[in-house]
Design a protein around this ligand. Structure first.
Ligand SMILES: Cc1ncc(COP(=O)(O)O)c(C=O)c1O
Length: 484
């Protein structure tokens, strides 16, 4: 900070402090002289208290920058403040210095550790056999069980979803341009770039999935595929995309990272397009610590994938093609088997958690919960809300700051859209497109802790807190300057 700015800041703080001191003294004297009626008077002065807090924060800042905070008696201000805040029955928010609602951080999708016993049973024989990797019995069993569960001919598991995506891109020989939604996890765009393929970003429809009309418009003579994401597990417009792919003789892949246990027209996600790519990352509705899978009805593609994920080997010391190491370990497969055994319980918990949010959030105007199609199977893993700034009085980002202070680690998700992230923003690989819906959702989507690990009590506390924050929005003109 420059000298001029520092001295300006100091004089501003000192000025406010003088004002504040007078006001605090006034409040305290009222309180002492005409109790209990004083409380009414004090309540009217809530904004003074918030102002005091801002000044207190500025003073702390000054102290941290090792400037001489002469004349600022932090302790006395703090003591007076906490006394008045208590008497005024002022809402106690962590962003204003109160203790957080939760003592440990509550993440959006805490890893599912419900079937620890099952996991331990699976790994015991692994230690006996000493077979820890290289397509061992647990990996083979997991692949068979997943293919069965997803009703697809082949399931090939990998060390993570990104490696799986990379290998299906190379195995299908994609090149030139590939169309994908901009409102997406960044991994697919990066993977395309690593293969020398131009990612062509497409806007989404209001559901969050790729906009079919835009997608069709973006097809060029260089397009080799569409990679569409089933966002939050909601199936894309699969038939329309299949038609576009067929008419243009291009490949169609689905990023099904969010869509385990979801269905489209009664058929499980996993057997559509040329192939579907799952992520089994720890935060997903079904996980293997880290991991991923490709599911496909194309046997030739599946055989190729099995080779390329293992250096191209087709036997001891014999390779057939270029390959890499993208194998899943046995311990990860054990986690997958344990989670698959417990899938009904997991889905049931996630659904009742979703229903609890649905009931609780209904009363809060401006926080709209994304609903899932109840005619289809769904994993209910993501608690996706849309924040209406006009109704709540808060921007999505302000709410996130307030919630983080309470140890509720709410998340934005895909903000900004891929087209606004580096290196894509600077590279400008495509002519300027309209990303109206992407930009809007990237600004307003807020995810709350969901999945099977959050408890109904925690959900109730989160929703009550949200209600309290929004009900007290009139006090936030001053608080917002603290947030900005
Ligand atoms: C939509 C989407 N696609 C791809 C991935 C990448 O998967 P992985 O982390 O397993 O590499 C993720 C997240 O992890 C994701 O959310």
């Amino acid at each position: 900070m420059g000298l001029a700015r520092r001295s300006l800041l100091i004089s501003a703080v000192l000025h406010h402090c003088r004002l504040l001191n007078t006001k605090l003294k006034l409040l305290i004297s009222i309180k002492q002289s005409i109790m209990p009626n004083a409380l009414v008077a004090i309540r009217k002065k809530k904004s003074v208290i918030i102002l005091a807090y801002i000044i207190l924060k500025s003073a702390v800042l000054l102290q941290n920058t090792r400037l001489d905070p002469t004349c600022i008696s932090l302790l006395s201000i703090e003591r007076s403040l906490s006394m008045i805040k208590k008497d005024c029955n002022m809402p106690q928010f962590a962003i204003l210095g109160s203790p957080p609602l939760f003592s440990v951080p509550l993440h959006v999708n805490a890893p599912n550790t419900l079937n620890r016993k099952g996991f331990e049973q699976y790994i015991a024989p692994m230690f006996e056999s000493g077979w820890l990797s290289n397509s061992g019995p647990l990996v083979q069993r997991l692949e068979d069980k997943l293919a069965d569960y997803l009703n697809v001919k082949n399931c090939v598991v990998f060390c993570n979803g990104t490696s799986a995506m990379s290998l299906v891109i190379s195995s299908l020989g994609l090149k030139g341009e590939v169309i994908l939604p901009s409102f997406n996890f960044i991994s697919t765009a990066h993977t395309l770039m690593q293969h020398g393929i131009k990612p062509i970003f497409c806007d989404i429809d209001p559901s969050g999935n790729i906009c079919v009309e835009e997608c069709e418009r973006l097809i060029s003579s260089d397009t080799s595929a569409i990679i569409a994401t089933h966002l939050w597990g909601q199936p894309c417009a699969i038939e329309a995309l299949e038609k576009i792919a067929k008419n243009n003789n291009i490949h169609l892949l689905f990023d099904a990272a969010h869509a385990f246990s979801c269905s489209y027209k009664g058929r499980p996600i996993g057997s559509f397009g040329d192939a579907e790519v799952f992520s089994f990352h720890a935060t997903k509705s079904f996980h293997t610590f880290e991991g991923g899978a490709i599911t496909t009805n194309n046997n030739v593609l599946a055989d190729k994938l099995r080779k390329v994920k293992n250096f191209g080997f087709i036997g001891y010391d014999k390779t057939e093609c270029v390959g890499t190491n993208a194998k899943m370990t046995e311990v990860c497969a054990a986690m997958g088997l344990a989670n698959l055994d417990n899938i009904k319980d997991t889905l049931c918990r996630s659904q009742s958690n979703f229903e609890a949010y649905k009931v609780n959030l209904l009363m809060i105007p401006g926080i709209d919960l994304l609903q899932y199609d109840n005619t289809q199977s769904h994993n209910f893993h993501y608690i996706v809300t849309n924040i209406d700034e006009k109704l709540t009085g808060f921007s999505r980002d302000q709410l996130i700051k307030i919630l983080h202070a309470e140890n509720i680690i709410a998340r934005k998700y895909f903000s900004p859209g891929n087209h606004m992230m580096e290196p894509y923003k600077t590279l400008s690989l495509q002519k300027i497109e309209n990303f109206t819906v992407t930009d809007r959702l990237a600004k307003s989507i807020l995810l709350l802790p969901g999945g099977p690990m959050v408890t109904l009590m925690q959900i109730s506390e989160i929703c009550q807190l949200l209600k309290k924050i929004i009900a007290n929005r009139d006090q936030y003109d001053l608080m917002q300057s603290l947030l900005n």
